[in-house]
Design a protein around this ligand. Structure first.
Ligand code: ADP
Length: 373
């Protein structure tokens, strides 16, 4: 078991590229943390600094309260699973699982016991004599996880471990990894660019942006309902949150695109007067006229439907709000039984509790006292 602490950790590569800026975080014992963000935002670099595969340029990194900047990879008690599996092709599953233990000179009896126990957890018992080439992608991934698991480490690091699998296998492995985490309890740091993976697996998520800047750290619930800035708001959620730019005039969001009476709920109304803002709402948060709950307040918006996509449980409606140059494309999720026709003028309602307002310049959320529900 292990706690991790990062204090102003930075990475500058020898060519001068500053890949991670002031990473600060405390990770509790047994937490499952996902680092998420687009390609190149510094996720793998952060993971490699934890593993001891990259030097930390500045800042302090602690494992269980001990400064670990200079600790060797071995001393850190870490196992890492890579995207490429890194299995030995000429060894059987049994030998792949046993490899690290054999090198450490552990007794064959003990190895046998550990391999069998690990294979059982991962459903590999019937495949122990097979070579990697005779396994599916999902089974190879299980062997890779098994090799990390068998070493009884305190910290598990995983770098995009599911990206070589097809969509169905990914969903299966996602829940398997969660179950393994629950039974083993090792502190786990998991890198992915896939927000669904991050949302479904994590205790907490670290959202990173290109240049190696942490945007927000929080539970999946916090990131989805309480994003702190435009980047996180747009990154978490599929389809992404809708953004409409405007200016606050006389307490209302004036945006040609909105054609609606929008009086934002903010803590300090005077402070936002005249400000350029981004009014935002999620595609799935909107209601249709017959779904309105009289106890709530809504913003009514008129849009024009351009395209609809029936997905089965829901219909994605691609619509436009606004006029002239200021037309804004938005996406709405509606009940498929009430799908509007293409070209139709379409009214929808945003609960005030589901609307967000961001400062267009700083891109930060404008404080309010709205409880999301
Ligand atoms: P991610 O895992 O989020 O895709 P990485 O941590 O791999 O991102 O890389 C972050 C940035 O650092 C990228 O722009 C990448 O090109 C750069 N980078 C990675 N390794 C090196 C290196 N050895 N030397 C210089 N730049 C590097």
């Amino acid at each position: 078991m292990a706690t991790l602490l990062f204090k102003d950790v930075n990475k500058v590569y020898p060519n001068g590229y500053h890949a991670v800026h002031d990473f600060n975080m405390e990770i509790k014992d047994g937490e499952f943390i996902c680092l998420v963000g687009d390609s190149g935002c510094g996720k793998s670099t952060t993971l490699r600094m934890i593993a001891g595969l990259e030097d930390i340029t500045a800042g302090e990194f602690y494992i269980d309260g001990k400064l670990a900047n200079q600790m060797s990879a071995r001393e850190r008690g870490i196992a890492m699973v890579f995207q490429s599996y890194a299995l030995y092709p000429h060894l059987t599953v049994y030998e792949n699982l046993a490899f690290g233990l054999t090198l450490e000179g552990i007794d064959a009896d003990v190895i046998e016991e550990k391999v069998q126990a690990t294979a059982k957890i991962l459903g590999l018992t019937d495949y122990l004599e097979r070579f990697p080439r005779a396994l599916s992608g999902g089974q190879c991934q299980r062997v890779a996880v098994g090799r990390a698991l068998i070493r009884k480490v305190n910290i598990f690091l995983m770098d995009e471990p599911l990206s070589n699998l097809d969509a169905k296998q990914r969903v299966t492995m996602r829940s398997e990894i969660k179950q393994i985490h629950r039974s083993v309890g090792a502190t786990t740091i998991y890198v992915t660019h896939d927000q669904t993976e991050a949302m479904t697996m994590s205790d907490r998520i670290v959202v990173m942006k290109s240049g190696g800047y942490v945007q927000q750290i929080g539970t999946p619930y916090e990131l989805y309902f309480y994003p702190q800035n435009l980047f996180v708001a747009g990154f978490i959620g599929e389809p992404p949150m809708n953004f409409v730019r405007g200016t606050v005039e006389n307490g209302k969001v004036a945006a040609c695109g909105l054609n609606a009476d929008i009086r934002p709920i903010v803590k300090d109304a005077a402070a936002v007067e005249g400000k350029k803002v981004v009014f935002a709402f999620r595609p799935e948060a909107i209601k249709l006229a017959h779904e309105i709950d009289k106890t709530q307040k809504y913003y009514e918006i008129t849009s024009k439907v351009e395209l609809t996509e029936l997905l089965g449980d829901t219909t994605n409606v691609y619509a436009v709000v606004g006029c002239g140059e200021e037309k804004v494309n938005i996406i709405l999720k509606v009940n498929p039984h009430y799908t509007p026709a293409m070209g139709e003028e379409f009214k929808f309602y945003i609960p005030q509790s589901a609307a967000y307002l961001f400062d267009a310049e700083t891109e930060q959320i404008i404080e309010n006292e709205v409880v999301r529900h």
